[in-house]
Each structure stands twice: as structure tokens, then as C-alpha cells.
Design a protein around this ligand. Structure first.
Ligand code: COA
Length: 140
């Protein structure tokens, strides 16, 4: 198994991340996934988002932010050849540990209802699907 290193996500990761997100079913890339959008997010949520790297290549990533009350995870992705090695679990745990350290005690994520493998992943690491809730959005 190749060595995997974990580090904070930084704005210059954008191009490699955008390639990885765009190639990954289950990750919804939108116009907000721009260099400016990523920089804004990282500035608002210092240190919470992370990269997994192997041999100088990004093989996994997670975006994490909070609104002062709840944490939110976005765009969790692991490059297919590196899956089932615990990389996503470590990325999630890193973000949760940091949220806990700054006093945020609950974290949510959005996942497409038909993303079966994604749902299995979250269930396997102890997350509960909130079947009593639905979601509404307002786009400016
Ligand atoms: C979901 C995803 C991030 C998991 O990454 P990963 O690094 O392979 O996950 P882990 O190795 O930490 O998996 C931990 C456990 O989750 C479960 N799991 C992970 N992938 C699974 C799959 N495809 N099917 C069923 N269970 C799965 C397993 O129980 C696994 O433990 P095991 O390998 O010992 O059986 C990865 O498959 C991915 O990038 N998917 C596409 C993007 C996506 O759907 N992201 C989530 C959107 S919110």
C-alpha cells in the first residue's frame, strides 16, 4: 500500500481538485467550484478542509466548514485506485476532530439519495440518515 500523507487544503490545490471532482460520480460540481469560491470557503473555515496525497498526487479530499452552530462536509472524494484503504474515514475524522476542538458539536452533510455506495460509507462510519428531514434551497 502506497504511503498517504494528510495535509490542510490550500487554494492552489484548486485545479487538481476540480479535475478529481469532475471525474467522480457522486460529487456535484457547480459554478461555485471556482478558484475564488474555494479560496473564500477556505478563508472562512481555516484549516478544516484536507487533502490526502500519495507520490505528489492528490488521492482524496474533503471540504469542511461551519456556521457557528453546525459543521458541514462537502465534496468528499477518494481517487478510485485508493479506495477501501480507510482514506475517506481518516479525512472525515480529521475534520470532525477539528470541529470538536473549536466547539462545534454536530456535523451534517448532503448526499444524493441514489448514491448507494456513498450512503453505505457514511452508515459504516456511524452517520445516521435523517429520513424525517427534507431540504430546501434558495439560489441568488
Ligand atoms: C465514498 C468514498 C469517499 C469512500 O472512500 P474510501 O476511502 O474508499 O472509504 P473507506 O476506505 O474509509 O471506507 C470505510 C468503510 O466504508 C464502507 N464503504 C466504503 N466504500 C464502500 C462501497 N463502495 N460500498 C460499500 N461500503 C463501502 C466500508 O464499510 C468501508 O470499510 P471496509 O473497506 O473495511 O469494508 C469513495 O467511494 C468515493 O470517493 N466515492 C465517490 C464520491 C462520493 O460518493 N462521495 C460521497 C458523497 S457525500
Amino acid at each position: 500500500m502506497a504511503t498517504v500523507r494528510y495535509r490542510e487544503m490550500i487554494p492552489v490545490d484548486f485545479d487538481a481538485l476540480h479535475d478529481l471532482w469532475s471525474q467522480t460520480p457522486g460529487v456535484g460540481v457547480t459554478k461555485r467550484d471556482s478558484p475564488e469560491g474555494l479560496s473564500f470557503f477556505l478563508e472562512r473555515n481555516p484549516g478544516l478542509s484536507a487533502i490526502a496525497e500519495s507520490g505528489g498526487q492528490i488521492v482524496g479530499a474533503i471540504m469542511c466548514g461551519h456556521d457557528g452552530r453546525n459543521g458541514y462536509l462537502h465534496h468528499l472524494v477518494v481517487y478510485p485506485p485508493f479506495r477501501r484503504q480507510g482514506i475517506a474515514s481518516r479525512l472525515v475524522q480529521r475534520s470532525l476532530d477539528l470541529l470538536e476542538q473549536i466547539g462545534v458539536q454536530k456535523c451534517h452533510l448532503f448526499i444524493h439519495r441514489y448514491n448507494e455506495s456513498g450512503l453505505k460509507f457514511w452508515e459504516s462510519i456511524g452517520w445516521k440518515e435523517r429520513i424525517e428531514l427534507t431540504m430546501a434551497s434558495y439560489m441568488f
